[in-house]
Design a protein around this ligand. Structure first.
Ligand code: 164
Ligand code: MG
Length: 369
C-alpha cells in the first residue's frame, strides 16, 4: 500500500456519564484519531486510547502527538507497506508508546482490509459473526446507586457486569450485589489498587463467585500476582501488566493469571494482539476485550479483535449510546439481546462521520509522503 498522507486529529467528546475507577474520574475525553489515506483515495482509520493524564499508563494525548509526529509517522511514510504486520517491526526502534503505535497501526490494518475489500475481522482471522457484550460500571456514590445501575444494565441485556473495587469499596459492595443478584456473571476490576500486604483481605473475594478479579496489584507486576493466584480460587485477570506477547508468556509461565484482558492500544496494535491471542489459545488462557472508553473508531477495532476464536468471555465493548450522545461513526455501534454483530463490510465496517469529527476537532495536522 502506497500511503499518500497521514492525518492526526485531536477531538474532544463529552461522556454521557462520569466514569470513576480506583485511579480517577473521567468526564470527557480528548482522543487522537488517525486517518491513513492511500493514493486510491481510500482511507483507513485508527484511534488512540491515551487520555490527558498519565494515570492508566505513562502515555498522554500530548506524548502521542509528539511520538507520532517526530518518530512514528516518518517511519510509516518512508517506504510502501506491503502488509500491516510490517508496521510493528518498523516501530521497533521506538521504545514503549504502545497507544500511539496501535492507533497508527490500526489505521494501516483498516486501510489494508479496505483495499482487499474484506472486513477487518476477516483480515485478522476473526471467526464470529457476533460478540457477547459486557459492561464496566464505574464506582458509584452509594451501594443503592450501584444496584440500580446493575439492574438497568441487566434489563438492557448485558451478558456480564464488571464493577470497580478498591480498599473500602470491595467486600461490602460485592456482598450487596450478590444479595440482589446471586447468579449473574460478575467480575471485579481493582485497577492496581491493592498490594501484596492485602493478600489475606483479598482471599475473602473467593466468597462471591466472581468470574475473575482484574489487576489487583501494581501495573508492572507479575510476580506478586502469581503469589496471589496461588492463594485464591478465583481467577486473576491481568490488564495493565500485559504490554506484549512476551509479558503474556512470562505471566502464563509464572501462573500470574488465568485470564487476560486484551486491549489493542495497551499492546501496541492488532499484530501483537493476534500473537497474544494465539499464545493464550495454546495455553487455555481465555481472553476478553477490555475497553478504554473509546469512540466509534476504537470501538470498531475492538469488535473486530473480539471476533477471534479465543475471545471466549464477554468484553467491555458496550454500544455507542452507553458513552456518547452522538458517536463519530455511522451507523453507531448497537447491541441486540446482549450481542453486537461483527460488520461484514470492508475494513472496520463503520463509516467515520466526517462532519461530526470536524465539529469535535480541536487540532489537526496532515503529513504527506
Ligand atoms: O470502555 C469501557 O467501558 C471500560 C472502561 C474501563 O473499565 C477502563 C477504562 C480506562 C481505564 C481503566 O481504568 C478501565 C479498565 O481497567 O478497563
Ligand atoms: Mg482493567
Amino acid at each position: 500500500m502506497e500511503i499518500n498522507s497521514i492525518t492526526l486529529r485531536q477531538i474532544k467528546m463529552d461522556l454521557l456519564y462520569p466514569f470513576t475507577t480506583s485511579v480517577g474520574t473521567e468526564y470527557d475525553k480528548d482522543i487522537i484519531l488517525v486517518e491513513a489515506s492511500a493514493s486510491s483515495g481510500v482511507s483507513g482509520w485508527g484511534e488512540s486510547v491515551s487520555i490527558l493524564e498519565p494515570i492508566y499508563n505513562e502515555e498522554t494525548v500530548q506524548t502521542n502527538w509528539h511520538i507520532m509526529t517526530d518518530f512514528l509517522i516518518p517511519k510509516l511514510l518512508a517506504e510502501p507497506i506491503l502488509h500491516p504486520d510490517e508496521v510493528t517491526d518498523r516501530f521497533k526502534g521506538v521504545r514503549g508508546n504502545y497507544n500511539a503505535k496501535a492507533a497508527l497501526e490500526g489505521a494501516i490494518w483498516d486501510l489494508y482490509a479496505k483495499t482487499k475489500n474484506i472486513s477487518l475481522a476477516k483480515a485478522i482471522g476473526g471467526v464470529k459473526d457476533k460478540i457477547e457484550v459486557g459492561v464496566s460500571v464505574g464506582i458509584q456514590d452509594s451501594a443503592r446507586e450501584m444496584l440500580k445501575q446493575i439492574e438497568g444494565y441487566l434489563q438492557e441485556g448485558y451478558k456480564r457486569i464488571k464493577v470497580k473495587i478498591k480498599p473500602g469499596w470491595d467486600l461490602n459492595i460485592l456482598k450487596a450485589i450478590r444479595r440482589e443478584f446471586p447468579d449473574i456473571q460478575l467480575m471485579a476490576d481493582a485497577n492496581c489498587a491493592y498490594g501484596p500486604e492485602d493478600i489475606d483481605h483479598l482471599k475473602a473475594l473467593d466468597d462471591f463467585k466472581l468470574m475473575m478479579i482484574e489487576q489487583p496489584f501494581a501495573h508492572d507486576d507479575i510476580i506478586d500476582h502469581a503469589k496471589l493466584q496461588a492463594a485464591l480460587k478465583t481467577p486473576i485477570c491481568l490488564d495493565e501488566s500485559i504490554h506484549s506477547v512476551e509479558d503474556a508468556r512470562k505471566a502464563i509461565e509464572l501462573g500470574s493469571c488465568k485470564i487476560i484482558n486484551l486491549k489493542i492500544g495497551r499492546v501496541g496494535g492488532l499484530t501483537e494482539s493476534k500473537k497474544i491471542h494465539d499464545l493464550c489459545e495454546k495455553h487455555q488462557i481465555p481472553l476478553w476485550c477490555g475497553g478504554m472508553l473509546e469512540a466509534g473508531i476504537g470501538r470498531a477495532h475492538n469488535i473486530a479483535i473480539t471476533s477471534l476464536s479465543n475471545f471466549t468471555l464477554p468484553g467491555d465493548t458496550a454500544p455507542s449510546a452507553h458513552y456518547w450522545k452522538q458517536d463519530i461513526i455511522q451507523p453507531q455501534v448497537e447491541m441486540k439481546d446482549g450481542y453486537i454483530s461483527v460488520p461484514e463490510g470492508p475494513g472496520i465496517g463503520y463509516e467515520p462521520d466526517l462532519s461530526r469529527i470536524q465539529e469535535l476537532t480541536i487540532k489537526s495536522k496532515t503529513f504527506k509522503n
